[in-house]
Ligand binder design. Structure first.
Ligand code: ZN
Ligand code: ZN
Length: 422
């Protein structure tokens, strides 16, 4: 078996163990669905083993291949693109109805979809969204446990470190990921293995404490300002809830939806956003890169936008549906978080969004308003929640970002100064 580019099987196995025990937190006899690309089969094998060791009843692999997916989008007709066979719908409904856990292993080539017509991908994802509405609803409401983690892949590593030889790039990326997920740390004697489970417990306590503080303030609005040109005010829904770290599924099982995770996040009022947000990092979206873009909002809606690169991809997001023009998530991440300190653009939202304060255009998380998981679509919309088939995170946090919370009585509290908790 490969030694994972000099990182060694032991550390990588520890990561697989972490995904099994903290990420999806597999329960005795539980069925676990793993979405994984064939490029990651070596990690997947360790993961399968660790899932069974942790008590999984059955591990069901759904293998994908980014090269094959690219060929699919290049060649099939629109009719095929927008057809989701009933067996696939049944697959997700069957397993989610039985309390299965869903693990996704990401880390694909950020350019695997370069040049593919965004509207084709849009057509496909819209069809998937429609056919799997029930499953996605259970997922965003955290009724079912799910987790997303990422593993290096050659094209991805080359993209991040174009100046390095491939094996060196893979070694670097492995180490960065292992550090981001707190399996590996920098000690006084250099790199050392950490007690990853203990680290995650402490990290979760920190995130929960910040959530408690912000929930007590119950801000009406947040104001953002930095030297890039961001000058922006967003409203938060009444009774919003700040969330971060682990979550509790409908089954009572605690799980970690994203590994790594550094953010705490809540629900913006889709009707209240004024001013301009300037991107702090490029956005890698479906294989396309959108660079140096700005979005201007009025009455909650994007009314103007521009990008130095990838404006078509940005347009395809915004034109997705009405909800794509409004915000669905507000997230705070200190500029000095471990991932941010790596000063690396990962071309992967899982890492880049955890390096920076961000917003998401599109679908909101119903769990970020009190009682939201039980609200009907109408009730959620009434409360200011946003509905969309898109949920696209984009990064705005810089080293000089100031965020001020404004309470209903007008009181102002500086939350972030110089990009970090004030
Ligand atoms: Zn987020
Ligand atoms: Zn998000």
């Amino acid at each position: 078996m490969c030694q994972f580019y000099g990182v060694g099987e032991e550390l990588v196995r520890e990561y697989a163990r972490l995904v099994a025990r903290i990420g999806i937190n597999v329960q005795p006899g539980q069925e676990i669905i793993v979405n994984c690309s064939v490029e990651h089969y070596e990690f997947a094998r360790l993961l399968i083993e660790e899932l069974y060791r942790a008590g999984a009843g059955e591990v069901i692999m759904r293998w994908a291949d980014s090269w094959g997916t690219r060929q699919y989008f290049l060649h099939v007709s629109d009719e095929v693109l927008s057809n989701v066979p009933a067996w696939n719908v049944e697959f997700y409904h069957y397993y989610s109805g039985r309390g299965a856990g869903f693990v996704s292993i990401g880390g694909s080539d950020p350019e695997s979809m370069k040049g593919i017509d965004p509207m084709k991908m849009h057509l496909h994802s819209a069809a998937m969204d429609k056919a799997l509405t029930e499953y996605y609803k259970r997922m965003v409401a955290s009724e079912i446990p799910w987790t997303v983690a990422a593993v290096p892949q050659k094209a991805w590593a080359r993209k991040i470190f174009p100046e390095l030889a491939e094996s060196e790039a893979m070694n670097r990326l492995w180490k960065m990921i292992l550090k981001a997920v707190r399996v590996l740390g920098d000690g006084p004697d250099g790199e050392q293995a950490l007690d990853a489970v203990g680290e995650w417990e402490a990290h979760n306590r920190f995130l929960k404490e910040k959530c408690r503080m912000l929930n007590d303030y119950a801000f009406e609005k947040l104001h953002y300002q930095n030297s890039l040109g961001t000058d922006f005010t967003v409203g938060l829904v009444k009774n919003h809830v700040w969330e971060g770290g682990d979550e509790v599924a409908g089954t009572g099982v605690v799980f970690e939806a994203n590994m790594p995770t550094e953010e705490i996040f809540t629900m913006p009022d889709r009707r209240v956003a004024e001013g301009t947000l300037v991107s702090a990092l490029p956005l890698s979206h479906r294989g396309n890169l959108i660079k140096n873009f700005r979005l201007t909002f009025h009455e909650g809606k994007v009314v103007d936008y521009s990008a130095e690169e990838g404006v078509e991809a940005l347009r395809s997001i915004l034109e997705g549906d009405e909800g794509s023009l409004h915000l669905g998530e507000v997230a705070l991440v200190p500029y000095h978080s471990p991932i941010s300190q790596m000063k690396t653009l990962f071309y992967n939202t899982l890492f880049d969004e955890n390096a920076s304060c961000h917003f998401a255009l599109g679908e909101c998380y119903p769990t970020t308003i009190a009682g939201g998981a039980r609200m009907s679509e109408e009730e959620l919309a009434q409360a200011g929640g946003n509905a969309s088939m898109n949920h696209v995170d984009f990064m705005v946090g810089t080293a000089d970002l100031i965020i001020t919370g404004i309470r209903e009585n007008g009181e102002e509290v500086v939350l972030f100064r110089d990009g970090d908790w004030a």
